[in-house]
Design a protein around this ligand. Sequence first.
Ligand code: PLP
Length: 368
Amino acid sequence: MAFSPTRVIRSHIEPESAYHRSEPDTGDHLPVRLDWNESPYGLSPKAQKAYDEFRSGNIYPAIDQAPLRQALAEYLGVSDERIIVGAGLDDVINTLAMTIVDPGTEVIISEPTFGVYRSLFELHGAQVTDIPLGGAPDHALPTQGIIDRVSTNTRLIIICNPNNPTGTLFPREEIVRIIESVDCLVAIDEAYAEFSGVSHTDLAERYENVITLRTMSKFAGLAGFRVGYGVFPGALMPWFRRAAPAFFNVSAVSAAVAIASLQDLDHLRANAERTVAERNRLSAKLAAIDGVTVYPSATNFVLVAMPGDDGSRYVDALAAEGLLVRGYREPGLRHCIRISIGLPEHHDRLIEVLRREVANVLSGAVRA
Ligand SMILES: Cc1ncc(COP(=O)(O)O)c(C=O)c1O
């Protein structure tokens, strides 16, 4: 009998378009990744040593990932009983979705924001509602709009703070106002907290409906090891732990490297400071180019509005020089590019290319 994929696929899942995975052409250049908000630095010395000395790949990870959860709890100053870890923060968000989404459950987000929220919660059958951020340059959190939208069907509000891709750090009072005005969960995604110097983990201690989400991918430079975590409400932990996969999907080597990284905080904090200093230098250089607007960022990336109405010309020109940055197809962001903070020498090359491209566009030599 003929087999049809749609006979077995969940009815609400759309196939992914091939476009999603295509990489820009960097010709003969070795690509410099300034498009995924990774750290440009290698492992910290203690993490590198733990990695080099790791010998026990034949053994399952520690039961419950207890040592990793304890190390993270100590780092944040919270109880390890409330920490869930995962193979990257994406995986922790997946555990959250598995635990709270019934078909049609509403999840509120404010776009433009981290694309995984919509795609992952929709995959689980949630109705994802966008209460959009305010316009540029402030990209303000639509506090009242979010509060007004919450109904008995709403189970979760996600606030990405600082927000990806705008880089915006929202005022704490606004977040607290949302938390105090609703009876659903409020998840604060703090993937970039270490670059903003602001954390709201204490809100997860103070309010029963707050989750804070964190990752070792960014400031700790462990993106390839996939270690994320979250602080969850104590009363809900029995359910979240029921949904979390065995060993929380964190490999033994990733756990060892993450624990060692947390013993090297001075080193990691110095890297974060270097990143922030370089972000400020890059932002000033970009802002000095005619027609370019750099939005304030509290993260390890900057969102930049470029002259013309299509940023893809700049993405392609940079890719041709081996510099990968992120472009957007969404209407409000089509003229923008997002640049991850890498090394100064990469940024110097990037500035040169952008100066040249902008001059071409502004002189009318090409249409952007
Ligand atoms: C806001 C935000 N949350 C979560 C993640 C996922 O991080 P992880 O690498 O831990 O899965 C990212 C990654 O870019 C992000 O930008």
